[in-house]
Design a protein around this ligand. Structure first.
Ligand code: HEC
Length: 260
C-alpha cells in the first residue's frame, strides 16, 4: 500500500517538474508542503480553480503563486478552500492532497434517496371521482361521497335502481342544479346508494360529467357495477336522457331538485 502511495507521489513530483511554471519561492513552498503530513479539511475542493472536480498541476501552481502573493486570488478562487479571502498553507496542503488523491466528494453530492414517482397507477378521475370501475368501487366502498349533499334519506326509487335508494350530489352538481343550468359542467357527479330491501348499501349507481358537451349521454360516465361502466351507456341514457315518470331530466339528471 505504502509503495503505491510512494509511487504516486514520485510520479506526481515528476509531473510537477515537467509541467509547472513556478517562481523559485513557489518551488520552495511546494517542497515544504509536500514534506508536511497530509491534513484533511472538510471544505470544497481546495486548489480546484475551474471547478471540474480535479486539481491539475497548473491549478496547484496557481494556488501556490496566490499564497505567495504572485497572483491575485481572483485567478483561482478555488485555491481559497475556506473562503476567508486568502490562501493559507493548510489550504495548499489540502490542494496537494486533492491533486494526489482526488477531490473529496462534497456533502451536497452525497446521493440523497429520491423516491421514484409513485408506481401505483393513478386511475383516471374527474373532480376526484374515479372513472374506472375498480378504482371507483374502492372509492365508493371508502365512503368518499358521504360528505356530499344528499337526499334526506332512503326513498323508493322510481327507476330500476333497486327498491330503495339515496342520492348524493357533489358541490358542482348542487351549484349547477341551483343555477338551473341546462348543461352541467365537467366534474358534476352524482352517487346513488342502492339498498334494495337490505338495511345496508348493496351497490351504487354513479354518473360523472366528463366533458362539456353531453353529446347524447357520451359526455357522462355511467357506472352500476363493473359490467355497467362507461361513457354514453345506452342502458342508462335511455331513461336519463328524457323526462321519466314525471321527473324532469336536467342534462341526464333525474333526481328532483331541490333535494327531497
Ligand atoms: C328505467 C329507467 C332508468 C334506467 C335504465 C337507469 N336509470 Fe338511473 N335513475 C332513474 C330514475 C327515475 C332516477 C331518479 C331517482 C330515482 O327515483 O331513483 C335515477 C337516478 C339515477 C342516479 C342519481 C342521479 C340522478 O340522475 O338522479 C344515478 C347516479 C343513476 N340513476 C345512474 C344510472 C346508471 C349508471 C344507469 C345505467 C347503468 C341508470 N341510472 C339507468 C331511472 C333509470
Amino acid at each position: 500500500v505504502c509503495g503505491g502511495i510512494e509511487g504516486r507521489m514520485n510520479s506526481f513530483r515528476k509531473r510537477l517538474i515537467a509541467g509547472a511554471t513556478c517562481l523559485p519561492t513557489c518551488w520552495i513552498a511546494l517542497v515544504a508542503i509536500l514534506a508536511r503530513p497530509p491534513v484533511v479539511l472538510a471544505m470544497s475542493c481546495a486548489g480546484d480553480c475551474d471547478g471540474d472536480g480535479v486539481v491539475a498541476i497548473d491549478e496547484l501552481v496557481t494556488s501556490v503563486n496566490i499564497a505567495l502573493g504572485g497572483a491575485a486570488l481572483s485567478v483561482c478562487s478555488g485555491a481559497n478552500g475556506d473562503d476567508d479571502g486568502q490562501v493559507t498553507v493548510d489550504e495548499l496542503v489540502v490542494a496537494v492532497s486533492n491533486a494526489l488523491n482526488g477531490c473529496p466528494i462534497p456533502a451536497t453530492l452525497t446521493p440523497t434517496v429520491t423516491l421514484p414517482p409513485t408506481t401505483t397507477p393513478t386511475a383516471e378521475a374527474v373532480n376526484g371521482v374515479p372513472t374506472e370501475p375498480a378504482a371507483l368501487l374502492r372509492w365508493l366502498q371508502a365512503g368518499s361521497y358521504l360528505d356530499w349533499a344528499a337526499a334526506s334519506g332512503r326513498h323508493p326509487s322510481l327507476g330500476p335502481h333497486t327498491s330503495t335508494v339515496r342520492t348524493f350530489l357533489n358541490d358542482t352538481a348542487i351549484a349547477s342544479l341551483e343555477a338551473g343550468n341546462s348543461s352541467h359542467p365537467v366534474g358534476t357527479a352524482l352517487v346513488k346508494e342502492l339498498y334494495g330491501s337490505s338495511p345496508t348499501v348493496v351497490g351504487w349507481a354513479v354518473m360523472v360529467k366528463v366533458q362539456t358537451d353531453s353529446d347524447g349521454g357520451r359526455g357522462w360516465y355511467w357506472y352500476e357495477g363493473a359490467s355497467l361502466s362507461g361513457t354514453g351507456l345506452r342502458v342508462c341514457t335511455g331513461c336519463h336522457g328524457s323526462d321519466y315518470r314525471g321527473l324532469t331530466s336536467r342534462d341526464f339528471v333525474l333526481t328532483p331538485y331541490p333535494l327531497q
